[in-house]
Design a protein around this ligand. Structure first.
Ligand code: G3I
Length: 333
């Protein structure tokens, strides 16, 4: 049977989010065989890579980039500016007082310049700003520390700093729930504004944390077309297809949390992945990358979200790293 990277070589790179522990043994073999791109799942985020003002933790991100280079894979960087996984020191001075706009901008600039600069020419695309738009309500900007302290222009500044540090890198705005019409429209307005101001934004990342129940084909197509109409490249950056219906705010397991991949759910998942990849293929040229969020069902972030310890089976490879029964339907078309 074909591999993902062979099947899609004339369409887009197929990538996977990794941690350093995935880069040896059978998982490494699977990654090299199937994928043409990798993304650090956590290692390049502000907290992990820049734990203290004067200290960067380069070991893990360096190892991931070196693995990619050794195996002829592309690297998507993730992420330069996010409200999550950002260390407290970023926003406070030595006395614990909140910093000014000027200080925070200077820190953001230094951070982006150092990180993008280190991997200049080796990371072809960056998620520059991640999840800056709230899910509900009319407001376009999430009330994050960056927004509170700097104001809405922290977003364009982040893109400008990244562009200055590596003018050849493709710069993305990345978000989830991009198929919900209200959030899609807010993101569209934000990107339109950035484009009108000539901010160096080149693409939009639709995370693609989906389920066997959503999105519908029409919703996905609408998102791709709408963002493409701004002249942006579109990538699916964090693909997985949960077997669970989406729930918000749930933190406890309940009796109907059946963490079992039944034949019925497996066939729903097969149909959903078939629909997704068919739609991706139809958008050849516009869709310039697909990245899965984690390697296999052996371990996925969804095992702990939104309910800690509720197992999920969202990927194409099972707990034994074997392709699922329907895999050939994704690579033979
Ligand atoms: O590194 C610490 C470790 O030292 C500690 O012992 C352990 C105990 O819990 O935690 C470890 O950190 C965890 C980290 O993953 C590495 O495993 C954090 O608690 C945990 O919160 C963190 O979760 C990550 C999450 O982002 C954080 O919000 C997930 O792995 C990662 O898959 C997830 O990825 C995000 C994307 O970046 C953005 N889009 C949504 C996506 C899913 O949430």
């Amino acid at each position: 049977p074909k591999t993902l990277k062979e099947a899609y070589k004339d369409y887009f790179p197929v990538g996977v989010a990794v941690a350093p522990r995935n880069l040896s043994g059978p998982e490494a073999d699977l990654i090299v065989r199937q994928f043409s791109s990798i993304t650090p799942e956590n290692a390049m985020k502000m907290g992990p890579i820049h734990p203290e003002p004067d200290r960067y933790a380069w070991e893990a991100p360096d190892a991931i980039v070196a693995f990619a280079q050794k195996n002829g894979m592309k690297v998507r960087g993730h992420t330069l500016c996010w409200h999550n996984q950002t260390p407290q020191w970023f926003f406070t001075d030595a006395a614990g007082k909140q910093v000014t706009r000027e200080v925070l901008l200077e820190r953001l600039k230094q951070h982006i310049t150092d990180v993008v600069g280190r991997y200049k020419g080796r990371i072809y695309a960056w998620d520059v700003v991640n999840e800056a738009v709230p899910d509900t309500g009319k407001a376009i900007y999430r009330q994050s520390k960056f927004y509170e302290i700097i104001g809405e222009d922290y977003i364009e500044k982040a893109f400008e700093y990244a562009h200055a540090a590596d003018p050849a890198a493709l710069l993305f705005y990345n978000d989830y729930n991009t198929e919900s019409s209200t959030k899609r429209e807010k993101i569209f307005q934000l990107l339109k504004k950035l484009k009108a101001k000539n901010v160096p934004v080149h693409g939009v990342g639709l995370q693609g944390h989906w389920s066997v129940y959503e999105p519908k084909e029409s919703e996905l197509q609408e998102s791709i077309s709408r963002f493409a109409s701004l002249g942006l490249a579109v990538q699916i950056t964090e693909l997985d297809v949960s077997i669970h219906a989406k729930e918000h705010g749930r933190r406890e397991m309940t009796a109907d949390d059946k963490s079992v991949l039944t034949p019925e759910l497996l066939s729903k998942q097969a149909a959903q992945y078939e629909m997704l990849f068919k739609t991706f293929r139809k958008n050849r040229g516009v869709l310039t990358g697909i990245t899965f969020w984690n390697v296999s069902d052996k371990s996925t972030w969804l095992d702990n979200f939104p309910v800690r310890g509720r197992k999920d089976y969202p990927l194409l490879f099972d707990e034994n790293l074997q392709p699922k029964a329907y895999f050939n339907r994704i690579v033979d078309f």
